[in-house]
Design a protein around this ligand. Structure first.
Ligand SMILES: NC(=O)c1ccc[n+]([C@@H]2O[C@H](COP(=O)([O-])OP(=O)(O)OC[C@H]3O[C@@H](n4cnc5c(N)ncnc54)[C@H](OP(=O)(O)O)[C@@H]3O)[C@@H](O)[C@H]2O)c1
Length: 263
């Protein structure tokens, strides 16, 4: 990876206030990009901006719920106002909901699909309009998951949303290729973050998780950020419509689901 591989680039990173999004923001700044960090909680947003060096380090924050179109459009406008252009979008904001299928409510479904899938569509479309107008290409990176391909019986909306994100990535890569806009997704395996704590909440779940990982450990946010930095950079200039899985080898192990444990 070239040092300062993102010099003079402007990026939006959603879900930038913690976990993987924060690590991507930090890595992009290190690579010379300017970053508009976005999430819902403005207090955490101000903290991240302060922690990562403030406006003179090239970071600003906009409060945005990615499931709401007017807020997403405002995010793109604010970015261009603040930094003068846009080159890279990372659709990282996401949430999960663990519950038995029979107990999953319409509200659970709408919330997860609204943020993880619809949010990715809304921001990609709003950003792509700006990228096409600028006429200098761009890179859109979506956070999918190994659960786009594997499946779990107790995270049904999440698996559906992430499968959708992977297909959305391929469709947008075709739709935007002629404009020099590359669209790829990253499908992490288990990464130590608050989101993972929601679904791996006891010792038995942790043991089961580690048994399924050939590298024998969960990943770090920085290991996902390294993939995002590569996909955003010109080193990936001929890569579009792809999914890359930083997953510790999870995808090469075809573990059958433990059906007797399903709720
Ligand atoms: N951790 C893993 O093991 C793992 C594995 C595979 C894929 N992923 C994917 O990687 C991405 C990041 O996961 P993470 O583990 O870093 O999550 P996390 O630690 O829970 O952080 C989620 C971030 O998204 C923001 N967010 C949540 N809802 C939002 C909304 N409606 N609009 C805007 N921002 C919103 C949160 O801030 P606010 O609450 O302030 O909005 C926060 O900054 C997700 O798409 C996730 O599905 C994670």
């Amino acid at each position: 990876m070239t040092a300062m591989g993102l010099q003079a680039k402007v990026a939006i990173v959603t879900g930038a206030t913690r976990g993987i999004g924060r690590a991507i923001t930090e890595r992009f700044l290190h690579e010379g990009a300017q970053v508009m960090a976005a999430a819902r909680d403005p207090r955490r947003g101000a903290q991240v901006v302060a922690d990562l060096g403030g406006r003179e380090a090239g970071i600003a924050f906009t409060g945005c719920d990615v499931s709401r179109k007017p807020e997403v459009e405002h995010l793109v406008c604010r970015t261009v106002e603040e930094f003068g252009r846009l080159d890279i979008v990372v659709n990282n904001a996401g949430l999960n909901h663990a519950a038995s299928f029979l107990a999953t409510t319409e509200e659970d479904w709408d919330r997860v699909i609204g943020v993880d899938l619809k949010g990715t569509f809304l921001l990609s479309q709003a950003a792509a309009r700006t990228l096409v107008r600028q006429g200098q290409g761009g890179s859109i990176i979506n956070l999918s998951s190994v659960m786009a391909v594997l499946a779990l019986g107790d995270q049904v909306p999440y698996c559906a949303a992430k499968g959708g994100v992977t297909q959305l990535t391929k469709s947008m890569a075709i739709a935007l290729g002629r404009h020099g806009i590359r669209v790829n997704c990253i499908g992490p395996g288990p990464i130590r973050t608050e989101l993972m704590e929601v679904v791996v909440h006891n010792e038995a779940k942790k043991r089961e998780l580690l048994e399924r990982l050939p590298l024998g450990r969960v990943g770090t946010c920085e290991e996902v950020a390294a993939v995002a930095a590569f996909l955003a950079s010109d080193d990936a200039s001929f890569i579009t419509g792809q999914a890359i899985y930083p997953d510790g080898g999870r995808m090469i192990q075809g573990f059958p689901p433990r059906l007797e444990e399903l709720p």
